[in-house]
Write a protein that binds this ligand. Structure first.
Ligand SMILES: Cc1ncc(COP(=O)(O)O)c(C=O)c1O
Length: 407
């Protein structure tokens, strides 16, 4: 498509069969999971119809076709990430498993009593709890990176935490709860200069801002297929080849071994060392199709479209009383989180569902952030490629009616 043209959201919506089944759906829960375009559904179906077999071990032609499709997906994903090598892409079940892999493999091999892991207050539980578990096992400690009054991380305050004991910094690319975008570049540079490894949770960031892992400069990048128009059950941990070469396995089983005997087992090279058992084969093919689908679009125009929807939504909120936008004063992705003065967000979300408006309510697996905000929960609207200005206007009208009724 021509660059600099407005993003064709209305046409793109036709590529998502869910809207044929639910024509009135106003889906603003994209940070939880996105819907799937036909290109992804077709890729998975085509795999099952034409190439379904187990990978890497079959001595028959379908096994070769399956292996080619699966390894082809790894190459396409590596290209999308601008990774230096396809073997830097490890398939997992999703972001959660990717971070658990890093924590269990890299963490258990490298963390010692007294070492420090820094995780920001913005993090999803998936980027806190695996580090707490590995800290319990190794004697390391997990410390929070605090937020400034604007709800974002102050790089200077972060710099003050970077002592010689810090071995790993766990940071989100984009907060799933408030959409806040931490200042990654200066933070990654400072962490690396202090000798720490950096893991970026890209679950939200990859769908909006996109990622170039080499330009980003972090050590690990984790994301889920289902939040980037791909299937559930598949995700990726990317890490630099030199780092993976020294990481031990974390799950044992088939596929990840070199040779097994009761006298001792040796392990395969990365990425297979980290992929025990049958991997998510069709899902990996679907994920590659999702990233190809994204690459066929003008990414800056897509981000501008999603951001314009967020801004339209937030401008419309100005005429409603008793609503606060969380993190309003800092850089954010296309996510709006709201706190209400007089009504409970759960009640609001239920009424909105009655008007066909799907939003998320609760703590969004970001307990420490909500503790910092002093809130039991918030209501989140998150925007994606297929959302339109009409979606936003309908959501605003439903919200105005809801607040009137609950008043
Ligand atoms: C920022 C962030 N990290 C991690 C996760 C966990 O992703 P998954 O459940 O796909 O493993 C999510 C999901 O909401 C998320 O938004």
């Amino acid at each position: 498509m021509p660059m600099n043209a407005p993003f064709p959201a209305v046409r793109i919506r036709d590529e998502f069969p869910v809207f044929r089944h639910h024509p009135d759906l106003i889906y603003l829960d994209n940070a939880a999971t996105t819907h799937k375009p036909l290109a992804v559904l077709d890729a998975e179906r085509d795999f099952y119809e034409t190439a379904n077999a187990n990978v890497h071990r079959a001595a028959h032609r379908l096994g070769s076709a399956a292996t080619d499709a699966f390894e082809g997906a790894r190459h396409r994903i590596a290209t999308h990430l601008n990774a230096a090598h396809a073997d830097e892409v490890i398939f997992t079940r999703g972001t959660t498993e990717a971070i658990n892999l890093a924590a269990n493999s890299w963490g258990r091999a490298n963390l010692r009593p007294g070492d420090v892991i820094l995780a920001s207050v913005l993090e999803h539980h998936a980027n806190i709890v695996p580090w707490q578990l590995v800290a319990q096992q190794t004697g390391a400690v997990v410390r929070p990176i605090p937020l400034g009054a604007d709800g974002n991380i102050d790089p200077a305050a972060f710099g003050a935490l970077l002592t010689a004991e810090v071995r790993l910094v766990a940071l989100t690319h984009c907060s799933n709860a408030t959409g806040v975008l931490p200042p990654l570049q200066p933070m990654i540079a400072a962490a690396k200069a202090a000798g720490a490894r950096v893991l970026i949770d890209g679950a939200q960031g990859i769908a909006h801002a996109g990622v170039d892992v080499r330009a980003l400069g972090a050590d690990f990048y984790a994301f889920s297929g289902h939040k980037v128009y791909g299937p559930t059950g598949v995700g990726v941990l990317w890490a630099r080849r030199e780092l993976l070469a020294h990481m031990p396995p974390w799950q044992g089983g088939g596929e990840m071994i070199d040779r097994v005997s009761f006298d001792g087992t040796t392990f395969a090279e990365p990425p297979f060392r980290f992929e025990a058992g049958t991997p998510p084969i069709a899902q990996a093919v679907g994920l590659a199709a999702a990233l190809d689908w994204l690459d066929r679009h003008d990414r800056p125009a897509l981000l501008a479209h999603e951001t314009a929807l967020r801004d339209r939504f937030e401008a419309g909120l100005q005429s409603l009383d008793g609503i606060r936008i969380l993190g309003a004063g800092t850089a954010r992705g296309p996510i709006t989180a709201l706190a209400f003065d007089r009504v409970h967000p759960y009640d609001v979300a239920q009424f909105l569902d009655g008007y066909g408006v799907a939003v998320r309510v609760g703590q969004h697996c970001a307990g420490p952030l909500h503790q910092w905000l002093g809130l039991n929960g918030s209501l989140r609207a998150s925007f994606a490629a297929y959302n339109t200005g009409a979606d936003v206007d309908a959501a605003l009208a439903a919200l105005a009616t809801t607040l009137d009724m609950l008043a």
